[in-house]
Every structure is written in structure tokens, then in C-alpha cells.
Design a protein around this ligand. Structure first.
Ligand code: ATP
Length: 351
């Protein structure tokens, strides 16, 4: 078993509180992403799990045993970090074989594992080359192959795909998912790229200023963000937030009366996903003034305003809208998020 329990971990750098009481449980074989903007503490948390950084307080348990005080090599994990370290004096073959040699694997196993992982990562042609004759992306694939070759129980990755071009990133994402699913490797994956986190993860932990704001499946964090930050960080375009006045437990949105959660008075923040709308006539819907219409091929992306507040709306590609138009929108009442404008926290979902 290689479940991981992160229990009230704190980290301070002098007076700076980089991690504030972070707890997270990752199941055996699960793929969890730590997602958040630069500086939110995700790398620090990963380094603490790896044993490269010491927690100021709290515990980390892998497979039921605390690993606090254990050296990285004794924690049963493999790592791929942003600054992928491939050994320049070794061929790609020997780089990939490195962990296996350290484990004193026999030659047959080394050969089989190197060939298998090299195949997965499309580096078979380079096995005899030295890293100085590889591109950054190719070196990164060597680093991933080296980590996978030892079939680790726990794999820690920090932005491993960041040096690859867009197409290769997509391809690698699919490959990583396939490889890790079949291997049953417990994986923690640090990224600031929400698309990557959504595509790869069983669950995502969204971090902000040293705390985990929400943990959930990609669909949960997308559809039911618990905070304004999570809704705005996840999704492309991000969730829209529109302030609306509450009158007698309802808001009025272009003829649609929408019940708001109990207790909401004054103003409420409506969290609206760009695609949770239907275009209707301007007389029947909430008016949106369109500033720019971008045909994206698969959909039409509109940027403009609703009640003088910036919004991005997604319509089917077949719709015809131009910059300067005013269109009517009907909101999908089952897909709305209601938040407090003061705290930025979502009200619990109403039945
Ligand atoms: P990025 O995506 O940019 O790597 P991150 O979310 O991984 O960001 P961390 O590297 O974990 O962020 O850093 C969290 C915070 O802690 C940052 O504000 C950073 O400046 C600070 N920090 C990290 N390491 C140190 C250190 N050794 N000394 C002082 N401050 C540090």
C-alpha cells in the first residue's frame, strides 16, 4: 500500500508562512494534482513529501508509516522535477537505467525496463546519445522514463511537461495517464496548468497562499467551486462572477427569477460558467453586450459585459454574433454557483 497522508503540515521560511496547516489524503494508486498559481506553496509541499525540505510542523505518512526524518532515498519514491536532472556523462540508456542499477537489478531486467519506458516516451532512437545532443523536451522525457523505469510505488512530479511544445504535451499527457493507470502508481503532480490537472487527475487539490482551498474530482471543482478563487482558476474561460441584488430571496436575470440560497441578502455573487447559458431573443433573456466574438472552431467565445461586469460566454460554433451586438441569454439554473461577495465563499448547494 502506498497511500499518502499529509497531516497538518506547516512550513515557514523565516517570517513567511509558505504552508499553513495543510492536510490531504491520497489513496493508493490515486493521481492527485496540486494546482495553483506561482508561489502558492505546491513545490514546497512536494519537496516536504520527497524529503528534500523539512516541515516546520505536521506529519507525512506513506503506506501508514511516518517518513519524517527519513532520507529521500528511503521513502520509496521517484521524482521528476522542473529542473530535470539528467546526468550529462551518461548515455540516455544509462540515464534511464540509473535507478535500476542503484537497486542492483540484473541486466535482463534493466534492458527490459529501459526498452519499455523508452518506448513509452518515444526516446528509443536516442538511447546511445548523450544528453547534450538532446533538446530540452527530449531530456525531460529521459527524466520521466528514468523515474518510471524503477516502477516506483509513489511518483512525485513537478511540472514535468513544462518544456514540451503544445502538441507533445498533449501526447505526453495521454501517455502518462495510460502508463500510470496500468502501473497503479500513486502520483502527486504539481502544476499551474489547470487543463493538465483536469485531464490527468483523479482529484485536484487547489492551492492558494499556502492553503488547500478545495479538493475534489475535476468535475466537482469545475461545477461546484467552493470559492471564487477556485472558480476563477479552473476552466477556460474561467468562471464569470456577476454581482446581483437580492430581492425577497430571489434575483432577477432578464425575466428569469432565480431563487438564491437561504440567508443571502443585499447582494450576491453569481458564479456562471461560460457555457451554462442558452441564447434567446434579447426580449426574453439577460442582455449581454458583446465586445469581441472569437470563432474558436469548436465553439464561439464571446467577451463582453452583463450589467457592466466583464463576462466570457461560450456558444455553439453555429451561432452568429459580432462585436457590438447585444444578445439575450437564458441561464441554466441547475449549473449556477452562488457566492458571498464579501467572503468569496460559495453558499452550500441548495437542494
Ligand atoms: P512555482 O509554480 O512558481 O514554483 P509554487 O507554488 O511551487 O510556485 P513554492 O516554490 O512552493 O511555490 O514557494 C512558495 C512560497 O515560499 C513562495 O512565495 C516562495 O518565494 C517561498 N519560498 C520557497 N522556498 C523558499 C526558501 N528556501 N526561502 C524563502 N522562501 C521560500
Amino acid at each position: 500500500m502506498a497511500d499518502i497522508i499529509i497531516d497538518r503540515v506547516q512550513k515557514t521560511f523565516a517570517a513567511f508562512h509558505a504552508l499553513k496547516d495543510v492536510s490531504l489524503t491520497i489513496g493508493d494508486g490515486e493521481f492527485v494534482s496540486l494546482l495553483g498559481p506561482s508561489g502558492c506553496g505546491k513545490t514546497t509541499l512536494l519537496r516536504i513529501i520527497a524529503g528534500l525540505e523539512t516541515a516546520t510542523a505536521g506529519d507525512v505518512r506513506i503506506g501508514g508509516k511516518t517518513v519524517i526524518g527519513l532520507a529521500p532515498k528511503d521513502r520509496g519514491l521517484a521524482m521528476v522535477f522542473q529542473n530535470y536532472a539528467v546526468f550529462p556523462h551518461m548515455t540516455v540508456y544509462e540515464n534511464v537505467a540509473f535507478g535500476l542499477r542503484m537497486q542492483k537489478a540484473d541486466d535482463a531486467r534493466v534492458k527490459a525496463q529501459v526498452e519499455r519506458t523508452a518506448g513509452l516516451l518515444h526516446i528509443e532512437e536516442y538511447l546511445d546519445r548523450y544528453p547534450n545532443r538532446l533538446s530540452g523536451g527530449q531530456r525531460q522525457r529521459v527524466a520521466v522514463a528514468r523515474a518510471l523505469a524503477v516502477e516506483p510505488k509513489v511518483l512525485l512530479m513537478d511540472e514535468p511537461l513544462s518544456n514540451l511544445d503544445a502538441l507533445l504535451r498533449l501526447e505526453m499527457r495521454t501517455e502518462l495517464k495510460t502508463v500510470l493507470q496500468s502501473a497503479g502508481t500513486t502520483t502527486i503532480y504539481v502544476t499551474h496548468d489547470q487543463t493538465e490537472a483536469m485531464g490527468l487527475s483523479d482529484r485536484i487539490a487547489v492551492m492558494h497562499y499556502g492553503v488547500i482551498e478545495q479538493v475534489g474530482t475535476p468535475v466537482e471543482v469545475y461545477n461546484h467551486p467552493r470559492t471564487r478563487f477556485v472558480g476563477g482558476f479552473i476552466g477556460s474561460p474561467p468562471m464569470n462572477f456577476i454581482r446581483l441584488p437580492v430581492i425577497a430571496g430571489e434575483v432577477e436575470a432578464g425575466g428569469q427569477k432565480l431563487a438564491v440560497p437561504a440567508g443571502a441578502t443585499g447582494e450576491i455573487l453569481l458564479g456562471l460558467r461560460g457555457e451554462a447559458v442558452e441564447r434567446v431573443s434579447t426580449a426574453d433573456g439577460l442582455p449581454m453586450h458583446v465586445r469581441v466574438a472569437e470563432p474558436m472552431g469548436s465553439h464561439l467565445l464571446l467577451t463582453g459585459s452583463i450589467r457592466d461586469q466583464l463576462v466570457r460566454i461560450v456558444l455553439p460554433a453555429s451561432e452568429t454574433v459580432r462585436g457590438g451586438d447585444t444578445i439575450g441569454l437564458k441561464l441554466d439554473r441547475d449549473r449556477l454557483t452562488w457566492l458571498s461577495p464579501d467572503s468569496g465563499k460559495a453558499y452550500p448547494a441548495t437542494p
